[in-house]
Write a protein that binds this ligand. Structure first.
Ligand code: SF4
Length: 203
């Protein structure tokens, strides 16, 4: 009996995990390239752009070590990028509100403007998906971020699933199974946030 195509492809195809990883690597390369183009247009290096956007999304200020961890660079590299951003009047240093002896980075109003106008680098990647597909993907992305965080492979992220206000699946089987105790409202999967300014780490 001839081999079915399914069985044949099971033999000749690389493992699913490998193909998924390759596909995601390509998508990340597209997004990175768009980010670099946006950085160059703003007169910034990719690291400067990354740090500026990280700091600008934290109005209370951010520590240098957190900015370095977010960008995946060494503290010395982040420090050079911050110095360049200060020279460009996009960032400034000030006393940390939580600890007056520590220094926090804060975006200037010009820095806030540059960060606010930044194009979302992954937008062209997800634009072609339907709303339902985007919702499905959001759940998977959050799941991947959560497990990377649990394994301490990425810096802490401000996602709902690591937030002390998040009540997961408190109304199972409904359209809005989750609840945010900060906003005081039920949440659907599509409402989950990846980078929420009101996030506070769960204990
Ligand atoms: S405060 Fe933000 S991160 Fe926390 S549960 Fe609410 S929406 Fe999610």
């Amino acid at each position: 009996m001839p081999e079915t195509s399914h069985t044949r492809f099971d033999t000749i195809t690389e493992p699913l995990e490998r193909r998924l990883a390759d596909g995601l690597t390509r998508l990340a390369a597209v997004a990175r390239q768009l980010d670099w183009q946006a950085a160059a247009a703003a007169g910034l290096s990719p690291t400067q752009a990354d740090i500026l956007r990280f700091v600008a999304s934290r109005p209370q200020g951010a520590r240098l070590t957190a900015a370095a961890a977010h960008s995946g660079v060494r503290k010395a590299t982040a420090s050079d990028a911050v110095a360049a951003l200060e020279r460009k009047a996009l960032l400034r240093k000030q006393a940390d509100v939580a600890d007056g002896r520590a220094v926090a980075l804060q975006a200037t109003s010009r820095g806030q403007r540059v960060a606010g106008d930044w194009p979302a680098s992954f937008r062209p990647v997800v634009q072609g998906l339907s709303g339902a597909e985007q919702e499905l993907l959001l759940g998977l992305v959050i799941k991947m971020i959560r497990q990377l965080q649990q394994r301490e492979l990425i810096a802490p992220q401000r996602t709902c699933v690591s937030c002390r206000y998040f009540r997961e699946n408190v109304a199972p089987g409904t359209d809005t199974p989750h609840y945010c105790a900060f906003v005081g409202a039920p949440m659907a999967e599509r409402h989950l946030r990846v980078d929420c300014a009101e996030h506070e780490p769960a204990a």
